[in-house]
Design a protein around this ligand. Structure first.
Ligand code: DP6
Length: 346
């Protein structure tokens, strides 16, 4: 006998890629392996209330984002859940009310699909395991990661912290194109790494990541990019293990630059960096050279700049941001985050 009403709620974080996923094929499979740091404060909280359908009723979904109906994201969620019902049959037997909210401001320009999609995947997988009276073993988490990937590629990495790898590579045992895995043996300096996000612009991006990925099909540098991502991962892995910040920083910045170079050389070409992004990048280099503070930048598919640095430098970096960089931020906005452990039940 099934319960007539079930509830589940999870908090799932965003993540910032160090080795960028850029280009995909087939069923949301990545063209190259990627590696990311799972964040902590930038997260989505999602609650699903599932009421068993009465005879004759058909399945339905209500999606509320920050208390209000959000038709455009609601539609994406409905399509996503339809897809997930192949893996989680209970979706078809319940009326679902999904309530979701982000910890970061909606208009911060911060990608929310990784945290949003992984939180939904977690909730529905949890509902199914409640119904089946199963525990959350390694297979559960693997399935959640796989399901998250179908919602948004990068979401599959949010399932584990503090560092995860997605995409098959013989350099990481157990890695797969279908799900992410947690990266073992990460040096403590990276487990508590700080990520301060400078909000350069908070408007919607002109070209979504999904469109950006498709522009890698037939891109003149696609083959070289895939080889480069693998090579960068090869250099990064030992640095992550040993705590080599200089190598980490070099690869991190090179990957960010390549991501945007690929956009600028796509057909059609496009540019997401803004003048203030460039001002900040130049100042980061100058500050690092003059002070020796190991602070590095990365970028996602937008103009905002992520500053990555060890926790011990947090006061120095904060003072510098407030003194020198804040003028380049929209309305002086920054988000102070750090590496995190992954999702949790709430
Ligand atoms: C630049 O995961 O947002 O942030 O799979 O189409 O949903 P879809 O794309 P998405 O792409 C993220 C791209 C990136 C790099 C990364 O996170 O690895």
């Amino acid at each position: 006998m099934h319960d007539t009403q079930l509830t589940t709620a999870w908090r799932s974080p965003s993540n910032i890629a160090i080795i960028k996923y850029w280009g995909k094929h087939g069923d949301q499979l990545p063209d190259n392996p990627s590696l990311s740091i799972t964040l902590s404060k930038a997260h989505t909280e999602t609650r699903i209330t599932a009421r068993r359908l009465n005879a004759g009723e058909s399945a339905s979904i209500i999606f509320l984002f920050e208390g209000k109906e959000n038709p455009s994201f609601g539609k994406r969620v409905a399509i996503y859940l339809q897809r997930l019902s192949e893996f989680v049959p209970c979706i078809k037997e319940y009326h679902l009310t999904i309530e979701s909210e982000n910890s970061f401001p909606h208009s911060s320009g911060i990608a929310s699909s990784a945290s949003a999609m992984s939180a939904i995947a977690l909730c529905v997988a949890d509902l199914q395991s409640n119904i089946d009276r199963k525990t959350h073993d390694a297979a559960f988490w693997q399935q959640v990661s796989s399901m998250s990937r179908l919602g948004s590629g990068s979401a599959c990495r949010s399932v584990y912290g503090p560092v995860s790898v997605w995409g098959y590579t013989d350099m990481v045992p157990g890695s797969s194109d279908e799900y992410a895995i947690p990266m073992p043996h990460v040096h403590p300096v990276f487990q508590t790494l700080k990520d301060t996000i400078l909000i350069i612009n908070d408007t919607m991006k002109a070209v979504s990541s999904s469109v950006g990925h498709t522009l890698m099909d037939g891109h003149p540098f696609a083959k070289a990019r895939i080889a480069q991502a693998k090579q960068n991962l090869k250099i990064l892995l030992p640095a992550l293990h040993s705590g080599d910040l200089i190598t980490f920083g070099k690869i991190t910045e090179a990957e960010a630059m390549t991501l945007h170079a690929l956009m600028m050389t796509s057909d059609p070409a496009y540019l997401l960096l803004e003048p203030n992004s460039l001002h900040v990048l130049q100042r980061i280099k100058a500050f690092r050279e003059s002070t020796g503070v190991p602070v590095y930048f990365t970028l996602d598919a937008g103009p905002n700049v992520h500053l990555l640095y060890p926790q011990e430098y947090k006061d120095t970096v904060r003072e510098w941001i407030l003194g020198e960089l804040i003028i380049f931020c929209k309305d002086g906005r920054i988000i102070e985050d750090h590496a995190g452990v992954g999702p949790e039940r709430i």
